[in-house]
Design a protein around this ligand. Structure first.
Ligand SMILES: Cc1cc2nc3c(=O)[nH]c(=O)nc-3n(C[C@H](O)[C@H](O)[C@H](O)COP(=O)(O)O)c2cc1C
Length: 415
């Protein structure tokens, strides 16, 4: 991540003493997992390896054993483990990286299947998990695989790659596994933001759209899916925070452990946030709250009278929750709760974010272009605060959530 001034934010953190489990799937790219093990070791990690039966068809377990310096977990049923190897490995790992993550592994892991040592360990492990998919582009685009990826992400897993490039078939396409050094970078980022550094911190996160009813069957809404807000809630929980998630209607499950408040309209969200604001250390407003609502929602379904070809909808302004929070905090003369706003724009991103920071009197604005982030699993964001502007580059929403929470933590630490 770089700032405007060109300063460099440290992203390459040493892996000294960190425990990383590498799960190898049965794809051509399994040979690159050897290099990954070397790279992780080079950065100081203790590495253990688990292989699927298919992976052994591509690379000999002995190679992984030699590079990691540890016996390889190959067989759920082996009595050599003297117990449940998946339980032991799952408890040992601080981070898990699945490389290559085959189409088969992704779909089976998303379903929670546990019939080999890799899948059983994934099911048994609560450490952050990073999948590095590798497959032919048609497999990557196969609907069940795409569904599985989405499901894994929604359950909190991270992905690195795949990238576009030459595939094993000789064709060029999206499906090539990321390079081992890039995967190791991603492991570093994950481990840099684990640990309970938000222990005891109370964080309120808003997520999703609000829907403004026109009549009993129609509403005005927006395209927010809640992925960003839910990722924030999930990461804050993982870092030890007490999380209240106030969410508009979304298709996502609230993360276990969060206090979940379901709302529908901007007015409901306004009420739910203000009622809880005083108890928070930080409020992160990731929801896409409607600016306007129908002035007179109808209790009956609106009809279209014969011959009428035009109609006018009268709208009234919704309360501006973030601006109210900023004003309320300023009136109290306090720096808490830390306030974070999100801005989705279609142009003049930085200018709009700076303006929002000033007008809403918040501490940080996370700004993105609608085309970059709305609805997807990744984003390209600007982090704008009083110190300046930093661009994240294309980034997974969970990783972006960690960057935002890093800023929140720093703000809380500064008093
Ligand atoms: C030569 C060969 C190469 C393969 N390469 C891949 C691959 O790159 N990605 C993938 O998802 N599957 C690939 N497969 C298919 C998997 O090996 C197969 O789905 C296997 O069941 C995966 O098992 P696992 O997911 O338990 O490791 C390949 C199969 C063969 C025979």
């Amino acid at each position: 991540m770089t700032t405007r001034a060109g300063a460099h934010f440290p992203t390459r953190l040493a892996l000294q003493g960190r425990r990383v489990l590498v799960c190898v799937g049965g794809g051509i790219a399994a040979y690159k997992a050897l290099e990954l093990v070397r790279e992780l070791k080079r950065r100081g990690a203790s590495v253990r390896v688990a292989m699927t039966p298919a992976a052994e068809r591509f690379v000999a377990p002995l190679s992984f054993a030699a590079l990691s310096g540890e016996p390889v977990a190959r067989d759920l049923w082996s009595d050599a483990h003297r117990g449940e190897i998946h339980v032991e490995l799952g408890a040992w790992a601080e981070a898990v990286v699945v490389a290559p993550a085959t189409a088969n592994l992704l779909v089976r892991a998303a379903s929670g299947l546990c019939d080999d040592v890799v899948l059983a360990t994934l099911a048994c492990c609560r450490a952050p998990t990073l999948f590095a998919p590798a497959m032919h582009e048609r497999m990557w685009r196969h609907a069940p695989v795409a569904r599985a990826v989405r499901r894994l992400r929604d359950d909190g897993a991270r992905l690195v790659g795949p990238v576009t490039g030459p595939l094993a078939s000789g064709e060029v396409g999206e499906g090539r596994m990321s390079e081992p050094s890039e995967i190791a970078d991603a492991v570093e980022r994950i481990l840099a933001s684990t640990g309970a550094d938000l222990e005891g911190v109370r964080v309120l996160v808003t997520s999703g759209p609000t829907l403004e009813d026109l009549d009993p069957v129609r509403f005005l809404g927006n395209r927010s899916t809640g992925r960003m807000g839910h990722a924030l809630a999930r990461r804050a929980l993982a870092r030890g925070a007490h999380v209240t998630l106030i969410s508009g209607p979304v298709a996502l499950e609230p993360p276990p452990g969060a206090e979940h408040v379901a709302v529908r309209s901007a007015l409901q969200m306004h009420e739910a946030v203000l009622a809880r604001a005083d108890a928070q250390d930080a409020i992160v407003m990731a929801a896409a709250v409607a600016d306007w609502r129908p002035a007179e929602p109808s209790t009956d379904k609106l009809k279209k009278p014969d011959g009428v070809t035009e109609t006018t909808l009268r709208l009234v302004r919704n309360p501006d929750i973030l601006a109210e929070l900023g004003a309320w905090r300023a009136a109290r003369g306090q720096r808490r709760p830390v306030l974070v706003g999100f801005a989705v724009e279609t142009r003049d991103l930085e200018q709009a974010a700076r303006e929002k920071l000033r007008v809403k009197r918040c501490d940080l604005v996370v700004a993105n272009l609608a085309a970059d982030g709305f609805g997807g699993d990744e984003d390209v964001a600007l982090l704008v605060d009083e110190d300046g502007v930093a661009s994240t580059g294309r980034i997974d929403k969970h990783a972006l959530a960690d960057l935002v929470l890093d800023r929140v933590r720093a703000r809380l630490a500064s008093g």
